[in-house]
Write a protein that binds this ligand. Structure first.
Ligand code: ZN
Length: 186
């Protein structure tokens, strides 16, 4: 299992030390939540802030876009060379085209599903994806309570992944703690 702590929970006045601390503590990826104030009712950070994060981090970045205009944000963040770049299926009319674009930029493409979105909606995209991110809270804010039905959803997704693309990872985002991590691993 990989661990990707989100910088949304960091002290932004001390970002460099916070990033170094999670890297030294043994995280695998640094998760970056990008919100545009349109797709979700919150605003976070742009490349001006993520660039120093990238410099401070000894681990690859995992950028999670929660935005309306995915193409624009992919162009903004691609120069920072994250390992993963994920966008929400709910905000994209041409997901297949965007996946190809992200891969052509040398970045691993990932798709995110809101808690209400069916895993079957992305079945025919799985072969082209390196990761699927399941939201286990409503996107927009840190520190929310884990939605338990995501466990059942992860099981369904795992079945589809076995069939379509066994190398595809499942990421779970929101309310993950020592209380549910064993169940998620199983
Ligand atoms: Zn996230």
């Amino acid at each position: 299992m990989l661990v990707a702590p989100s910088i949304l929970s960091a002290d932004f006045g001390n970002l460099e030390q916070e990033i170094k601390a999670i890297c030294e503590a043994g995280c695998d990826l640094v998760h970056v939540d990008v919100m545009d104030g349109h797709f979700v009712p919150n605003l976070t950070i742009g490349p001006v802030v993520v660039e120093p994060v990238s410099k401070a981090s000894s681990k690859p970045l995992d950028i999670h876009l929660m935005v309306e205009n995915n193409n624009f944000f992919v162009d903004l963040f691609a120069p920072l060379k994250p390992k993963y770049l994920s966008f929400h299926i709910e905000s994209e009319k041409h997901p297949h085209r965007l996946i190809q674009k992200i891969r052509s930029l040398g970045i691993s493409p990932a798709i995110t599903l809101n808690p209400h979105t069916k895993v079957e909606d992305i079945e025919y995209l799985l072969e082209d994806l390196d990761m699927v991110l399941l939201m286990s809270v409503n996107p927009g804010f840190g520190g929310q309570k884990f939605i338990p039905s995501v466990i059942e959803k992860a099981k369904k997704l795992k079945e589809l992944i076995k069939k379509r693309n066994p190398n595809c990872l499942i990421e779970v985002d929101g309310g993950v703690s020592d209380k549910n991590i064993k169940e998620l691993k199983d």
